[in-house]
Design a protein around this ligand. Structure first.
Ligand code: GLY
Ligand code: MN
Ligand code: MN
Length: 411
């Protein structure tokens, strides 16, 4: 599987190029304590290995395609302190790469190649910045140093090419996401069952965390567990307030399984019963959520999906007493309805690229009415098919009657 993916990278690399992918390093957090290591996702996508300080090199010339994996030498002292580094045979077994070398040889390998004579100049290829963040990634500095030594060398950002590959998910990837979604479902149910008047947001969150750890999953991202007015803040993440009777609680959370993420939002009444007003607002968000699924199909863009939601709200919000006094939809709904989902929660994508079969995106309309302490978001994860889409999270309850019955009777 990893070899097949690397072949697809070779297909888009220019002739006479050296592509590099770094697994990354965990930065220091405080003192001698590091942040947890989180592998670079394209490196993982192409190797299946999630260890620090490794480099994948793909070399494409007229004569052949060559793949080299650079690893750290085995250090017996470090092995006693923090565990052993990955060894060559393990790296080969996971990635299918037979040419494994020590990382001390990386610089000399590159220099030898760049020195070698070729009819055509070399191009150094890597993911050099993430388009929308415009934030350079570490490889950019390294490439610029080589450019100073070898002025003929060209540099190419392959972020968009990698995104194009990663946007179409394979069956294995979908299966991992289904597992992440199933665990997320179990976690949300545990929260609903534990919910009661005056419960603290962080206590509710802990029920979700327990399920994830019990199922060998990690978090896809920091959980949002927001009661009452807090739910009107899009990325509220403190989760440290006590709920009040009558509050709705908005949870936006996800498990990650094999690095594949779920990204789900549900909104439920803390005490198990929606008020009439909460009901009418919720029903509208639910209709928007279902409408997006009707529209999502190959050829449509995420911008178009979002425009459908805005049009829907423009038409419907007056029926629930909103859009008076010059208010606009954007006063109550101020984010986008979808993003790609996969190895990253906001997964790599190309702006305004039409959807294709195999894409997985979120469907997450919301309404946030600060004056009424109501924040509602309903988020599902959907897979685009040849002629529409499939809701991968259809098992996670979202109908009002189902939620009330489950919360009141535990089923
Ligand atoms: N949880 C982040 C998002 O829904 O996009
Ligand atoms: Mn979310
Ligand atoms: Mn999302």
């Amino acid at each position: 599987m990893y070899k097949e993916r690397r072949e697809k990278v070779f297909d888009f690399l220019p002739m006479n190029s050296i592509a590099m992918f770094l697994s990354g390093n965990a930065p220091y957090q405080v003192g001698d304590e590091k942040y947890p290591f989180d592998v670079n996702r394209s490196f993982y996508y192409l190797t299946g290995i999630d260890r620090e300080n490794l480099v994948l090199m793909l070399i494409k010339t007229k004569n052949n395609n060559q793949t080299i994996l650079f690893i750290e030498p085995f250090d017996p002292v470090m092995a006693k302190w923090v565990g052993g580094k990955i060894q060559a045979h393990e790296a080969t077994e996971i990635s299918g790469i037979s040419d494994v070398r020590f990382i001390d040889n990386l610089d000399s390998t590159i220099n030898r190649l760049l020195h070698s004579t070729n009819e055509q100049a070399w191009t150094l290829c890597g993911e050099l910045s993430k388009q929308e963040l415009k934030q350079p990634w570490p490889l950019a500095d390294m490439f610029n140093e080589y450019k100073q030594q070898y002025p003929d060398v060209m540099i190419k950002n392959i972020f968009a090419d990698m995104a194009r590959l990663r946007m179409v998910k394979s069956k294995e990837e979908i299966d991992n996401m289904k597992k992440a979604i199933a665990v997320t479902n179990a976690g949300i149910k545990a929260m609903m069952q534990a919910s009661r008047d005056y419960i603290w947001e962080n206590e509710l969150e802990a029920y979700f965390d327990f399920v994830l750890k019990s199922e060998q999953c990690k978090h896809a991202f920091y959980t949002i567990c927001a009661s009452g007015k807090n739910a009107t803040v899009l990325h509220y993440g403190e989760n440290n307030c006590q709920s009040k009777p009558g509050d709705l609680v908005l949870v936006d959370l996800g498990a990650a399984y094999g690095y594949y993420n779920a990204d789900i939002s549900r909104t439920f009444p803390i005490s198990g019963k929606f008020t009439a007003r909460q009901r009418e607002v919720y029903e509208l968000v639910l209709r928007a959520n279902k409408m997006v699924m009707e529209k999502a199909r190959p050829g449509v863009t995420l911008r178009e999906l979002n425009n459908y939601v805005i049009e829907f709200y423009e038409k419907e919000l007056p029926s629930i007493g909103l859009l008076q006094d010059g208010d606009t939809v954007r006063d109550y709904y101020f984010h986008g309805v979808s993003h790609h989902l996969g190895l990253e929660t906001h997964d790599v994508s190309i702006l305004d690229y039409p959807l294709q079969a195999g894409n997985v995106i979120t469907d997450e309309p919301g309404l946030y009415i600060e004056a009424e302490d109501i924040g509602i978001r309903i988020e599902d994860d959907i897979m685009i098919t040849e002629d529409g889409c499939i809701n991968l999270s259809s098992e996670i309850m979202k109908e009002i009657d189902e939620i009330e019955s489950f919360m009141q009777n535990g089923k």
